[in-house]
Design a protein around this ligand. Structure first.
Ligand code: HEM
Length: 185
């Protein structure tokens, strides 16, 4: 929501996509999600800039190996800095800008976009998480008009611990859209 409020054109485009494919008479449903490509791109772009687990989960090397000249002994605790990979200017054009369009033509290559990890220990909940985020964000966009409280940019300063959150919690104004009255009546 913070990124959408700081990028009103993205919010507008997402709303138009939902209006086109779902309409204003019924609430977004799981079966609508495959049609909402831009909504999924927004979620991916958000996970690129603000990965929920910026260092994934700790892993342990089962064998010793060498990577790019660095020797990694066995039984070493390893962290993958996804936050840095997903903002690497060698991998991403204009890496710090919020641009869902970069995901519109399908998924980015796996080794540069890995908010759910990779391989055998990757997150088994990825599909469920993406559908839940799609339904939640889609419903929020569909049911309310959103505005910044004082018109100022939302402060995106990050607090990184094992997971990532905002330093300043989001404060926002919302007004119900007509669909909300229809589905509640
Ligand atoms: C936005 C939502 C989510 C994100 C960003 C996320 C991300 C992650 C990440 C980064 C890992 C560690 C991968 C690694 O170390 O390489 C992980 C592991 C895991 N996640 Fe998720 N996850 C999400 C939602 C879920 C959901 C909804 C479930 C289950 C319903 C789930 C279940 C698990 C489990 C069981 C593991 C451990 C897998 C293993 O160690 O083999 N996650 N997740």
């Amino acid at each position: 929501m913070s990124n959408l409020l700081n990028n009103p054109n993205v919010l507008k485009k997402a709303k138009a996509e939902i209006n086109t494919h779902v309409g204003e008479d019924q609430l977004i449903d799981e079966s609508d999600l495959p049609k909402l490509n831009y909504l999924q791109s927004i979620i991916s772009e958000n996970l690129r800039l603000y990965p929920v687990a910026p260092l994934l989960a700790p892993h342990l090397s089962s064998d010793g190996c060498a990577i790019e000249g660095f020797n990694v002994p066995s039984d070493t605790m390893l962290f993958v800095n996804v936050w840095a990979i997903q903002r690497d200017p060698n991998l991403w054009e204009d890496p710090t800008s919020f641009k869902p369009e970069r995901f519109e033509n399908g998924k980015a290559e796996a080794f540069k976009f890995l908010p759910f990890g990779l391989g055998r220990r990757a997150c088994p909940g990825e599909g469920l998480a993406n559908r839940t985020m799609g339904l939640s964000l889609g419903s929020l966009i569909q049911c309310f008009e959103w505005e910044r409280v004082d018109g100022k940019e939302i402060d995106m300063t990050e607090k990184i611990t094992i997971t990532m959150s905002k330093v300043k919690p989001l404060e926002v104004m919302c007004k119900s859209r007509s669909i909300l009255h229809k589905v509640l009546s």
